[in-house]
Design a protein around this ligand. Structure first.
Ligand SMILES: [Zn+2]
Length: 493
């Protein structure tokens, strides 16, 4: 999806991590201690507290986390590597404004993620609108350059959601000379609210873009070429962000990536999302060293940056692999939110058994799912399959055909009655009511659940280190377009 260039594309991972002596003593599972995981969470909370309450990628809180994990890993003799990638930081500085003569006080509008800032007063011009909307999603408004034939340069383009990506629509409007875009929802059931969309940060756009509800778009279209005034107040800045990677070299050529995203959203410290996964991955690497694990397959522990902005760090990592390096990748384990306060033991559905609407899992992912589910079964702990929705860092791996698996305890979705029967907690309340909010603090984690997930993760990691029971990597040919919105609930089209 992203045409990002990597600062390090050749393999920089020539670390000699363990001494020798074979793996003996307590297993990785037995070495997982809640007190240590908690201390890691507290450290991450401290990084946010010292930096405006956030660990947003590229910010001070994020950099503190990099330094912290790097120091811990260096301390046990590991050789972590920082992998640089370019990232466009986006920040919404204030609410968007849209007005015209007779406008309601609070029109239903949003700022597109990654929209450039801008203030425009110009005539509104509808572009290939489908009103009333059909029963199916059929609008192609703004998808073709020809939609803009006769479009008056300098006007504000009124576009309707449908068919192609928001980015393509805005780029076409910009090429046609539009000064700004108002993009309203398509109009079918479920496509009524103000669009909350993300523009591809890799595409250079100069004009501001607002999302609008279907009702607002319909009303504006009925007004004809009315003069509107709009303002989008954002900051977009090109910066360099780093992933942090460390290898525990194996005897064979095969390589397993055990990853979690380090960054939080701007709104909060991100202790469940994803301090929990970060603490887990940091600790697994430390304990693998303590256990003198001598893996058959190389274990590569990864902390990803800018996941919350669209899986930027993990995409850059996968995009930077040569075909030969990619072939070495036999598995990606992903841990993103593993201590949700009203959580469920979700395991990514690697065998597609649950018939969930998600990305098809590459062959071999079934074996990864089984590593977790067999463990939970053995422990007498219920678990539930969850779809590969494309919302976390396994996304670029499965699109490249690398088998993936991992754990998740739930985000903004509501807990079902049936889940309460099995997992306790509260029905009709979010798995994590503080998801992407300032209250995702140290108080926002279920420590018992965290330990259970951590032990399962340790079991899977240790099992894979012994040589993964996986088939060879199968290239996946996906007919569908690549939409990987990251942890965000925002969509690309
Ligand atoms: Zn996350």
């Amino acid at each position: 999806m992203l045409t990002l260039l990597l600062a390090c594309s050749a393999s920089p991972f020539e670390t000699g991590a363990t001494d020798s002596g074979g793996s003996s003593g307590p297993s990785l599972v037995e070495r997982v201690e809640l007190a240590r995981l908690e201390a890691h969470l507290a450290a991450l909370q401290g990084h946010a507290d010292a930096h405006q309450g956030t660990r947003l990628a590229g910010g001070g809180g994020y950099e503190a986390g990099l330094d912290w994990a790097e120091a811990l890993w260096l301390d046990v003799g590991l050789s972590p590597v920082r992998q640089a990638f370019p990232h466009r930081v986006f920040e919404e500085l204030s609410e968007p404004v849209l007005s015209w003569e007779g406008a309601p006080d609070q029109p239903e509008i949003t700022t597109f993620q990654n929209s450039p800032p801008g203030e425009v007063r110009a005539t509104l011009q509808g572009v290939d609108l489908l009103l009333p909307p059909g029963a199916e999603n059929a609008s192609t408004s703004g998808c073709e350059a020809s939609d803009f034939e006769g479009f008056p340069s300098g006007a504000v383009a009124l576009l309707q959601r449908g068919t192609c990506t928001f980015t393509e629509k805005v780029a076409n409007a910009q090429a046609a000379g539009a000064a700004a875009v108002i993009l309203f929802n398509e109009g079918q059931p479920g496509r009524q609210d103000a669009v909350e969309g993300t523009l591809d940060p890799a595409v250079e756009l100069d004009i501001p873009a607002l999302g609008a509800s279907f009702a607002l778009g319909e009303a504006l279209a009925a007004l004809g070429p009315v003069e509107v005034q709009l303002r989008v107040d954002t900051r977009l800045e090109q910066i360099t962000v780093h992933n942090l990677l460390v290898d525990l070299p194996g005897a064979s050529d095969e390589l397993v990536v055990v990853g979690a995203h380090l960054d939080s959203v701007q709104a909060g410290p991100g202790i469940n999302d994803n301090g929990s996964g970060t603490a887990l991955v940091v600790e697994l690497a430390l304990q693998a060293v303590q256990a003198q694990l001598q893996p058959e397959s190389t274990l590569r522990f990864a902390l990803w940056g800018a996941e919350e902005s669209g899986l930027i760090g993990s995409s850059a990592y996968v995009a930077g692999l040569s075909a030969e390096e990619l072939d070495r990748h036999v598995a990606n384990l992903n841990f993103d939110m593993v201590a949700s306060p009203n959580g469920v033991r979700f395991v990514y559905d690697g065998d597609d058994s649950a018939d969930l609407a998600g990305y098809p899992a590459p062959e071999g992912s079934d074996a990864l799912e089984a590593l977790f589910t067999d463990w939970f079964d053995q422990e007498g702990l219920p678990w539930k399959a969850t779809a590969f929705s494309g919302r976390s860092d396994y996304g670029p791996f499965i699109l490249a055909g690398v088998p993936a698996g991992g754990l998740f305890t739930g985000a903004e979705g509501s807990k079902l009655d049936t889940e309460v029967d099995e997992y306790g907690g509260q029905a009709n309340l979010a798995y994590d009511a503080c998801y992407h909010q300032a209250c995702d603090t140290l108080d926002n984690v279920d420590l018992d659940l965290f330990l259970e997930m951590a032990r399962a993760a340790a079991h899977a990691t240790e099992s894979l280190a012994a040589g993964p029971p996986l088939t060879a990597r199968q290239p996946v040919l996906l007919a569908r377009p690549i939409d990987l919105p990251g942890c965000s609930h925002r969509v690309l089209r």
